[in-house]
Design a protein around this ligand. Structure first.
Ligand SMILES: Cc1cc2nc3c(=O)[nH]c(=O)nc-3n(C[C@H](O)[C@H](O)[C@H](O)COP(=O)(O)OP(=O)(O)OC[C@H]3O[C@@H](n4cnc5c(N)ncnc54)[C@H](O)[C@@H]3O)c2cc1C
Length: 532
């Protein structure tokens, strides 16, 4: 991918290639600002590839009276769905009801209810769930997604995998999104609009000199150091936002971040229909069970405090047991350790609002401008995948105040790369791709359209057979696709390809992954030699 040369002074230097950094870089570049973004690992290598992957309003946040966040996120679901109908799609969530569901202690709603209805003893009554779903249906100006309905679990297919005492459920809408692809497509679009995106580039320090930032970076592959200059710094370091602020830039700030780990397990496919379950526990928490990558089920998540961002989050045995036992309160056929094929874990970088429990800490975002060093710095705390575009717009308002410039908001209604087709157009795109490339199997065509949308045909080019796409690494991954990922989507290693650009890690064996890694290493060596 062609990137602009390093210019003497850019308007913005963005630290962090998660969804918030890439979303801000894209928005700013589209308004004509000059932008450099540095990501110390791969794009979306931290929290933004470890989400539950929902564009959602956050039904449970209503119990915390987070109406601003819920409304913004509900409205945003459909805006995002329309801009990226390849990597996101509507989902129905089935919420089985039983009378022992409890609130987490001390939510504003549970406190209110225990005052007026003390005999409920922390139980979450059915009428309250109906009220929450009514608000969920109406707060956000829903146009595409269908409304809430009730389900008779004694007859509906959604009841079949559940224990027989679940007889009634509510069903509501939210959307799925491929989180790590969302990040990469924002970065790709940022570059198309003039930004520079540097991966494997750690920001090691920054000082303000004569009203400008002098920023040092280190290439984590070669060790090469570089100096950049920018008018404004944007700290979108996610779990490292405090580290960047206090250790790298050395500002004396009192802003705090609360790191809350969330883990997921991926099991063999647990049921046949295509809806998700929203399970409420007896501990006040909720988890989801979601159809995943055709042959699997995704179950999560947990809420555990995680002190140190440099400690890689993993799904502990205790968290696996917690998720299994939670799911087993609902599924008739027990889910066991043997069903787990993969786990992943991420750290939510939440703005520290002094909440007592990790579950209660606010999921809303806070943007703080710090000018104490001289040149301005914008720090991003918290935020959801769902609100990234709105967060970027709010960030640009603050940036405009500091820089005295920044064009009009433009991202609402602008498709991400490959997403320039209607929400209802996926089936047509798959049919068209199979017509033009008859060698594609159903699985292959669907996978390509769901990852690349209208860009799938560019990857396939004038191939007349599978052999024309070069080496087959397994599970329909070919040399042509990996070459695209390396040249247009910043992929450097097999791990980038199999766990973030795709989820083919669920299907490739160790030998296949090794062959892929070796092929990519050869490409990197050839490219480095050609550049010398
Ligand atoms: C378990 C879990 C489930 C979630 N589910 C959902 C969901 O379903 N829907 C939803 O909307 N939201 C969800 N979220 C929230 C969402 O994932 C996060 O809010 C979002 O991904 C945060 O993005 P970010 O860009 O701020 O952070 P990150 O994605 O962590 O990005 C920060 C980046 O900064 C880089 N970085 C840090 N320091 C430096 C440095 N010095 N130099 C260069 N780079 C640096 C890091 O390498 C990292 O890649 C979930 C979060 C978790 C943990």
């Amino acid at each position: 991918m062609d990137q602009p040369a390093d210019s003497a002074v850019t308007d913005l230097f963005v630290i962090g290639g998660g969804i918030n950094g890439c979303g801000i870089a894209r928005d700013a570049a589209g308004r004509g600002l000059s932008v450099t973004l540095a990501e110390m690992n791969d794009l979306a290598s931290a929290t933004s590839s470890a989400a539950t992957k929902l564009f959602h309003g956050g039904l449970r946040y209503l119990e915390y009276f987070e109406f601003r966040l819920v409304r913004e996120a509900l409205v945003e679901r459909e805006v995002l769905l329309s801009a990226m109908p390849h990597i996101s799609w509507p989902m129905r969530f089935v919420l089985p009801y039983h009378k022992d569901m409890r609130f987490e202690a001390n939510t504003p709603t549970s406190n209110l209810l225990s005052l007026v209805m003390p005999w409920m003893k922390g139980r979450r009554p059915a009428w309250l769930i109906r009220l929450g779903l009514f608000l969920y249906d109406h707060l956000g100006g829903r146009k595409i997604l269908p409304p809430t309905s009730t389900v008779d679990l004694t007859t509906a297919p959604e009841g079949a995998p559940l224990k027989p005492h679940f007889t009634k459920a509510y069903e509501y809408s939210d959307c799925w999104v491929e989180d790590s692809r969302l990040v990469v497509l924002n970065a790709q679009d940022a570059v198309a609009r003039g930004a520079r995106v540097l991966t494997r580039t750690e920001m090691t320090g920054a000082v303000s000199e004569n009203g400008l930032w002098r920023i040092e970076t280190r290439n984590t592959e070669t060790g090469e150091m570089q100096t950049h200059h920018a008018r404004m710094l944007v700290n979108a370091g996610g779990p490292w936002v405090g580290d960047v602020l206090q250790t790298k830039v050395r500002l004396n700030s009192r802003e705090g971040v609360r790191l809350v780990r969330g883990s997921h397990i991926v099991t063999r496919r647990l049921y046949d229909h295509d809806k998700c379950y929203f399970f409420q526990g007896t501990d006040g928490r909720i988890i989801f069970a979601i159809p995943y990558e055709t042959d699997f089920t995704l179950i999560g998540t947990t809420d555990e405090d995680h002190e140190d961002p440099s400690v890689k989050p993993v799904c502990t045995e205790a968290e696996q047991d917690y998720l299994l036992s939670f799911a087993n309160q609902y599924f008739e056929r027990p889910v066991t350790r043997d069903d787990i094929v993969w786990t992943f874990s991420g750290v939510r970088p939440l703005h520290d609002d002094g909440s007592t429990s990790a579950t209660a800490a606010t999921r809303d975002y806070t943007l703080k401008v710090d000018t104490s060093a001289g040149a301005p710095m914008l720090n991003v705390f918290g935020g959801k995948i769902t609100t990234y575009r709105r967060l970027a717009e709010s960030a640009l308002v603050k940036i405009a105040v500091q820089l005295g410039k920044a064009g009009e908001a433009w991202t609402e209604g602008a498709a991400l790369p490959g997403g320039d087709f209607p929400v209802s157009g996926v089936a047509d795109l798959i049919t068209g791709l199979q017509r033009d490339y008859p060698f594609l199997t159903d699985f292959w065509a669907q996978r390509l359209v769901r990852a690349y949308g209208t860009q799938a045909a560019i990857i396939l080019g004038d191939a007349a057979s599978a052999a024309d796409l070069g080496q087959d690494f397994g599970a329909t991954l070919t040399e042509a696709e990996v070459a695209w990922l390396m040249t247009h989507e910043f992929a450097r290693t097999a791990e980038d390809v199999i766990w973030r650009r795709t989820k083919l890690g669920l299907r490739l064996d160790a030998d296949q992954v090794r062959a892929l890694d070796e092929w990519m290493a050869r490409c990197r060596r050839d490219a480095a030699a050609a550049a010398e």
